[in-house]
Design a protein around this ligand. Sequence first.
Ligand code: NAD
Length: 284
Amino acid sequence: MKYVPHIKDIPSPSLDELERFVRGRSCAVLTGAGCSTESGIPDYRGPETKRRARNPITYQEYVRDEATRARYWARSAIGWPRFRAARPNDAHRALAALEEAGHVNGVITQNVDRLHHAAGSRRVIELHGALAQVRCLECGEIEHRDSLQERILALNPGWDAEATEIAPDGDVDLPEDATQGFCVPQCRRCHHGQLKPNVVFFGENVPKPTVARAFSLLDDADALLVVGSSLAVYSGYRFVKKAAACDKPIAIANLGQTRGHPHADVVIEGLASDILTRLTAQLS
Ligand code: NAD
């Protein structure tokens, strides 16, 4: 399931500079949606973004409006089986290998797809949570998304609507009227709380303990390597600012411009899978 056919002809960049950057150092790695596009999960701000532009749901809309929540879960019910079917690509596997070899001390990811875990990375901080979990906003109960999927389908038998392609949030685009009459399950423990995917929505803050753990991972590292992120979202960009403020060297491997470019010592433009696989080979 490759999502990025339009960029398959991107030339392989020289990695000598990046190899010199990583060799002899322990790097904290910050990953974004670009690390998972080659697993079939779209990003927000990649080369194709305009064609797929959509407004992500905000936390405020979600908690305020019942119809918004119904629409979210109706779309998610179709999107989840596709999202959970995504498998790690060579970029995820290379990062796990670089950790194993001591070149990487851990991954701070903005992604909610758990693909770093699936690839074997051991120290992973999920800044924005994981779509595989659902949380009750009332009692805090955590339920696995697969279990909720069963309850959704029991409440909405035969729920299937025409879907196009999977969206960055792990759901699908559906016409407004296609989601009418959809029943949203309630918390399985308290039986009245609203359920929310255990991810940080736009308009919500990353929990403070998560930020603290991520800063500590960066503190323990000699340098910061950013992979596949536009850094447009502040919660990721702050690690570039912190690294720059502490005089830690910064490298960026990404397709296209990022907000971190002015701070970077090394910038490599290309596909994350290609760059990281060859980097791993060159280092070993
Ligand atoms: P972004 O969409 O803003 O930026 C992605 C960047 O990666 C772009 O610059 C794009 O050109 C680049 N890119 C795309 N494919 C690439 C590839 N194969 N190799 C190298 N670079 C590639 O993503 P972001 O900075 O992570 O911010 C988006 C937010 O949305 C995140 O905070 C995240 O929580 C969420 N999100 C998560 C997922 C996921 O879990 N997989 C997917 C989409 C969005």
